[in-house]
Ligand binder design. Sequence first.
Ligand SMILES: Cc1ncc(COP(=O)(O)O)c(C=O)c1O
Length: 441
Amino acid sequence: MNQRNTLKINRLGHLEIGGCDTTELARQFGTPLYVFDEAYIRQMMNVYKKSLKDNYDGNGIVLYASKAFSCLAVYAIANSEGIGVDVVSGGELYTALKAGFPADKIYMHGNNKTPEELEFAIESGVGVIVVDSYLEADRLNDLCAKKGIKQNVLLRINPGVEAHTHAYVQTATPDSKFGFSIANGTAEDITKYVLSKSNLALKGFHCHIGSQIFEKQSFVLAADKMMDFIALIKKETGFEAEILNIGGGFGIYYTDEDPKLTESDYYNYLKALCDEIKAKAKALKVREPFIALEPGRSIVGEAGITLYTAGAIKEIPGLRTYIAIDGGMFDNPRYALYQSKYTVVAADNMNAPCTQKITLAGKCCESGDIIAVDVPMPEVKSGDLVAVLSTGAYNYSMASNYNRNFIPQAVLVKDGKAETIIKKQTFEDLVRNDVIPERLK
Ligand SMILES: Cc1ncc(COP(=O)(O)O)c(C=O)c1O
């Protein structure tokens, strides 16, 4: 069913993932349940690795953008595949290190890293810190001077490419909280500033043009502009970038509104990027930079599904049928945040024809606590198993304990076996950090 062929309908008409029957998973672990398919994650990591190897002599690194899904097990998988990771907070860095991830293959991002996060990063020996403000350049340089270290850094550049799902446009006046704009000259200014800092070793530049992007041209255009910028900086300062980090953003399939990309599509996205960078390096007479790439969503997004049990069903005649589930915005806030669309299926009755449109509602005290609106479904009764597909990215990582609900357990499936990678929360977990001041007792 999915692009890497790990989601199937078995002979009982049940949804199967990684060789596991989802009704068995629900029985064994309960719902709501995040399920991640290990083979899928590994396949996607390998697609990017192979494309860099074939199309750029391996002169680069794949960094799994762990904001998409961060937990010990996923860093362990990335490590075993020999790739790097990008982290964006002290918490993600801690988790990666705790999983035994080699610090030198960690790139640290963030538009407002705290002084504590910067200190933690340099003390841990992270490979590269991506600097995103003058304040940070100063703080980092001072910290490194105190410790007698020279830290490798990249600068986050805004190339002025605004990528959409269906089109790309160049923005004359980039409006983003991230990065230094090439168009208004701040990118050049910060480069000169960082080059003057004795405890910062500038290695090159980074850009990330957005997420859930399908147009190859958007990535190519960003690479193009970044190479022009590298050449400009070489001419102006003599500094020649060694690393070009081109970010992530490759789209995935959520619903039939999205293209279904094959492995070779992803391979070709990267090939197009590599070809452009090589051609530009030749034309501009600059070195071919070491490429870093930061895919997140495309590695874990379609690898994950969420299982729920249908509860109350409310039919408002002539208007809508709500199916309430035992999860909601606390395990998947993406509809509430940006009306994201999902495919919803009857996991225990996959061959039944869709006879109705339903709205999948969560159990939180918010009218906006919705997972999917007016999606096709077969008849569903209370107690039936519902699966929401492509929930591997930015679901668990954006989950919360809103309404003091539990963040669901997560299991990793492979070859018909399921293992817990994130344990069930307990009521005790919910009050662990609460304190009643003496005077209120
Ligand atoms: C700097 C950076 N790199 C990589 C990513 C990963 O993007 P995606 O998950 O769309 O591949 C993001 C996502 O926001 C990002 O901000």
